[in-house]
Write a protein that binds this ligand. Structure first.
Ligand SMILES: [Zn+2]
Length: 198
């Protein structure tokens, strides 16, 4: 990383992200550049109370989790399955909205970086085995140059008041505002398991 001109702060971010993610995935490394850029534009530092939205579940969400402590568990990270490699970071606010920064991979800028370009486009010409290191080096050297940014306004997530109710289908208790179409998500549209008789 050092020989590719990655500064010390980013090297630290990337090292910690890779350890957390358990592999040096290209999207994760770009995510570290994106989070770093967003923090800089916000004038924020790690440790501040920040909120993040990732527009893809692939790799990217681990970067704000590790670098900015926006985690799914502390409810400061939202992952939307939109399919864009984009990240928005904003500060906490007592107002109904907060101004933040959206950072995204800019396809136009990718034209200057052929390896990242074909990897990002899922082009069959990209061969992971022969081009993986080349891709990593191109990201290290140009991580920020493939990104564009914009100022955005986002709604502030307020804590909801709730009382427990029993799902009429399974009988398990959930907050009242989580009832969908008269039942809990697991009995409805979010069902993800079937019971096994033992
Ligand atoms: Zn239920």
């Amino acid at each position: 990383m050092q020989t590719c001109g990655v500064n010390e702060r980013l090297r630290d971010y990337i090292t910690r992200c890779v350890a957390f993610h358990t592999s040096p995935a290209p999207g994760l490394i770009i995510g570290a550049f994106m989070t770093d850029y967003a923090l800089e534009l916000l004038g924020a530092v790690p440790g501040e109370k920040l909120f993040a939205v990732c527009e893809t579940p692939k790799c990217l969400p681990d970067a704000p989790q590790v670098i900015a402590n926006c985690t799914t568990g502390n409810n400061r990270l939202k992952v939307l399955p939109i399919g864009k490699f984009a990240l928005t970071v904003n500060r906490a606010s007592d107002n109904p909205t907060s101004e933040g920064v959206r950072v995204y991979i800019d396809r136009e800028k990718l034209k200057k970086f052929p390896v990242i370009d074909i990897w990002y486009a899922n082009n069959p010409k990209f061969d992971k085995h022969s081009m993986g290191l080349l891709l990593q080096e191109e990201i290290f050297r140009n991580g920020r140059d493939i990104l564009s940014t914009e100022r955005v306004r986002v709604p502030v997530r307020q804590k909801q008041k709730w009382k427990p109710v029993d799902c009429p289908s399974c009988g398990e208790s959930i907050p009242d505002y989580m009832i969908l179409d008269g039942k809990c998500g697991a009995c409805g549209s979010m069902n993800y398991y079937e019971k096994i008789d033992k």
